[in-house]
Design a protein around this ligand. Structure first.
Ligand SMILES: [Cu+2]
Length: 178
């Protein structure tokens, strides 16, 4: 085989390999939320990225009281500050008696670790949960009635029913597909 024929053969092989390589490089499914406080003012942003076994969450807020705050995924995609964010309803995958990451009867799929807010009022975290999804399957956050992030006034002790003693809802963000 001459050099030019070999070069042509390699080029054809590379060209024919390109489409299948491109098919494998699928963009991950992502979603985002803008969080508002109880005055309806923007107070933070969250992004969600579907991985092979669950959803990676990145959340950053400002203007919150310093300390630990309970953070959950709630089951309805409506944030109404004047209703105390009650329109976000209960936790995703609500299990009576099953709230809490440390609860033997739990957790609920909407349960997440606490958010830590510093003295400057800024809090940022990354969390991962395999109990929800941005695609088909159980506890799809992008289902018909949507879902929300809710930040609570106090820490979630991950055991007490029904919300870990986390108190009032101080911020809310509707999760929307990108
Ligand atoms: Cu909650």
């Amino acid at each position: 085989m001459s050099r030019s024929v070999l070069a042509t053969a390699l080029t054809v092989a590379l060209l024919s390999a390109t489409p299948s390589f491109a098919e494998e490089a699928v963009e991950p499914v992502t979603a985002a939320a803008t969080l508002i406080n109880s005055d309806g003012e923007e107070t933070g942003q969250a992004t969600l990225t579907q991985g092979p076994t669950g959803v990676l969450i990145h959340l950053k807020v400002s203007g919150l009281e310093p300390g630990k705050h309970g953070l959950h995924l709630h089951a309805h995609g409506v944030c109404e500050p004047h209703e105390g964010f009650k329109t976000a309803k209960g936790h995703v995958g609500l299990v009576p008696g099953g709230h809490g990451l440390l609860n033997p009867e739990g957790p609920e799929p909407g349960d997440l670790p606490n958010l830590f807010v510093g003295a400057d009022g800024v809090g940022e975290m990354e969390a991962f949960t395999s109990l929800v999804s941005l695609v088909e399957g159980h506890n799809n956050l992008l289902d018909e009635d949507g879902s929300t992030f809710i930040i609570h006034e106090n820490a979630d002790d991950h055991v007490t029913q029904p919300i870990g003693g986390a108190g009032a809802r101080v911020a809310c963000g509707v999760i929307e597909a990108d």
